[in-house]
Design a protein around this ligand. Structure first.
Ligand code: MIC
Ligand code: SF4
Length: 637
């Protein structure tokens, strides 16, 4: 049997272990990316490793999340990032140059390369055939230092595409259909690979929308083959030389096959509060909508925004609805401006924002109380928009445009005929907002503002962990629940301050209680830690003294982040035992020596349960014993 495209790339990069599904292995990382909200921590960690220059083929530091600059904190952090990039050999994409994933796709992503990014939507680059994986900042810091990335060798799901999308149905509807089939946990430890004749009908921006939001299935990454469509895209970006053909073998073996006929798809939405709650627009049409937001790393390409302009031409936004648009990159913005599309959007009443994440990460544009906001984004978690009772629907740019016109959730096919959308044969390439690193690193001073607090470290693991259950949560706890972003983003470089807000939206007393009790345990349900890669969702609980998290199941990146920061992750062997623990119970577990299964004593209820530490290797054990990966590495291991 032959290899899939994903396995071919993984095999070429394998430096430890065997290409056997489920086994711990390590791959060499060619490229890294960071964004500002996770980047400051990643670079503090990189500095702690004492490596003089990054050892990757390419590393890029983007500033795109946290650009409001309401006081000194953001600009100080940006200045720190810029000076670090100059000194250590990293390209620096300045604020205003665009969203990391969109810019990386345009300017740097390469077929057949590995990319590790401190952002969960790094798989966007799978649109050109990279194996692009989201990870915590510490993992990215290690990759920049030339160390391999450890992962479970993934199973490969093949999504076999046939047919062709109908007018007004687009790539977002494809990934929503995938989410309907797989759910928010169905991709765990899997790579999704797209094949079939339908692939040829999708452009690179379409493919990137699909691989981007594959993150919402919990998949390690998603990938398309690199074919003549990829070549045409790279040519249009003046990067023909970066192309390499990467196709699966004709007899490639897959662990699962899912069939999707593109011709049968129709406009879809993810409804509150999960990207996994999928409905057809026709079943929920007519809902009054107060806000439409178009943009984010999922749907902010020139293809998407030009489509929106074509649909809004000669129309005006409904009086009850606000429309905001954030172009994905400065390239997209300029193309819109130069072609006159921007004028059309402004004429229709759209409010144009900077090329950043903006409303997607709760940086402004919160919807009104109990308001409905229809967005082309990828996450609709409760509270993420800044309005706790806001209801977010995730849709395609076509559906968003129709909704903005009618002020009601609307099937875009109501807009009449689909206009033809033309894309330039060559994009406007201007990298002047991407700064090259300095040739004289010794002459660069690292500029640290007062918001940048030193990295907290954890003590080595105790043999027996004891403490109270500080919080018991239900299923589907996201990292947005654990460590809210939005207005607290400026605290990302300051763990002691940021830690005051851990679990704030779930239980506002959590941080004080954790401190008062001297730390303890968290109990959770299924898919705990889904969503973002933010390592603060492990780092800040660690700072508050959380010693172990015991759940029914974990999301991949958060699980790795817990280990990285010395918090022991456990799953219940019998999920029903979850019901026999309450908040406030005193627990005890002997963790050293590490066994495959351990006994958890509920001292308050005089009960015993079996739990399983969620580690894959001896290395994980040593990391936990040392008190985290940085301590482990610095101890010379
Ligand atoms: C997100 O979409 O949740 C973010 C903000 O981009 C995060 C990163 C972060 O929390 O800084 C992600 O997806 O990893
Ligand atoms: Fe930015 Fe939103 Fe994309 Fe995260 S999902 S990188 S916040 S645009």
């Amino acid at each position: 049997m032959g290899d899939s495209a994903a396995v071919k790339i993984l095999k070429k990069h394998l430096v430890e272990g065997e290409p056997v599904k489920g086994q711990e292995c390590a791959i060499r990382i060619d490229q890294t990316l960071t964004q500002d909200a996770t980047g400051t921590m990643a670079y503090l960690q990189f500095e702690a490793l004492g490596v003089p220059r990054v050892k990757t083929e390419l590393s890029v530091s983007y500033v795109d999340h946290n650009t409001a600059q309401e006081d000194f904190k953001n600009p100080d952090d940006h200045r720190y990032l810029q000076s670090i990039a100059a000194k250590y050999g990293i390209k620096f994409s300045r604020p205003g140059n665009g969203i990391c994933h969109q810019v990386h796709l345009e300017r740097f992503a390469r077929p057949g390369r590995t990319l590790l990014g401190s952002d969960s939507h790094t798989p966007t680059a799978g649109g050109v055939g990279s194996i692009a994986i989201g990870a915590g900042g510490l993992d990215v810091a290690f990759a920049m230092a030339g160390l391999p990335f450890h992962l479970k060798f993934p199973a490969i799901i093949n999504i076999h595409l046939t047919g062709k999308l109908s007018p007004f149905v687009s790539a977002k509807d494809v990934i929503l259909a995938v989410l309907q089939k797989l759910g928010v946990n169905g991709g765990l430890n899997k790579v999704i690979e797209y094949t079939g004749p339908g692939v040829k009908t999708l452009s690179v921006p379409d493919r990137a929308t699909i691989t981007n939001m594959g993150a919402e299935t919990g998949a390690t990454t998603s990938v398309f083959p690199s074919d003549e469509i990829t070549l045409a895209f790279l040519k249009a970006q003046d990067r023909e030389k970066d192309w390499e053909e990467i196709l699966p073998d004709a007899d490639a073996e897959y662990d699962e096959v899912v069939e999707i006929n593109l011709s049968e798809l129709e406009p879809m939405a993810a409804t509150p509060h999960s990207p996994g709650n999928i409905s057809a627009i026709k079943d929920i049409e007519g809902l009054e909508v107060q806000q439409v937001c178009i943009g984010s790393c999922t749907n902010s390409s020139l293809r998407d925004l030009r489509t929106v302009a074509a649909l809004l031409k000669g129309r005006t936004v409904h009086p009850g609805c606000s429309l905001v648009i954030s172009p994905g990159s400065r390239q997209v913005f300029r193309e819109l401006a130069d072609s006159g599309d921007l004028g059309v959007l402004i004429g229709a009443g759209a409010r144009i924002l900077e090329c950043t994440c903006g409303p997607c990460i709760g940086q402004g544009q919160a919807p009104p109380s109990a308001g409905v906001s229809v967005r082309t984004f990828n996450r609709n978690f409760e509270g993420r928009s800044g309005t706790k009772d806001g209801k977010l629907y995730l849709v395609s740019p076509e559906t968003a445009a129709a909704t903005a016109v009618f002020g009601k959730l609307t099937d875009p096919r109501k807009l009449g005929e689909m206009p033809e959308i033309k894309l330039p044969e060559s994009f406007l390439v201007d990298d002047s907002m991407i700064l090259e690193p300095s040739d004289n690193p010794d002459g660069i001073e690292i500029l640290r503002g007062p918001n940048i607090a030193p990295l907290p470290m954890k003590d080595p693991l105790e043999e027996v962990i004891t403490g109270e259950v500080l919080l018991k949560t239900g299923d589907n706890i996201t990292t947005d629940h654990i460590m809210p972003a939005g207005k607290y983003l400026p605290l990302r470089s300051n763990v002691p301050e940021y830690a005051k807000h851990v679990f704030e939206g779930v239980d506002k007393d959590f941080a004080d209680r954790a401190k008062a009790k001297g730390g303890g345990f968290i109990i959770g349900g299924n898919a705990y830690g889904q969503g973002s890669s933010r390592e603060h969702a492990a780092l800040c609980p660690m700072y508050l003294g959380v010693k172990a998290v015991i759940v029914k199941s974990f999301a991949r990146i958060h699980l790795k982040n817990l280990i990285n920061f010395g918090i022991v992750p456990f799953e219940f062997v019998n999920a029903e035992d979850y019901d026999r623990i309450e908040q406030g119970d005193k627990l005890e577990v002997r963790v050293i020596p590490f066994e495959k299964e351990m006994v958890l004593k509920n001292v308050s209820k005089n009960l015993e349960f079996t739990i399983r530490p969620m580690i894959v290797s001896q290395r994980d054990i040593e990391i936990l014993k040392a008190g985290g990966e940085l301590a482990f590495t610095k101890s010379g291991s």
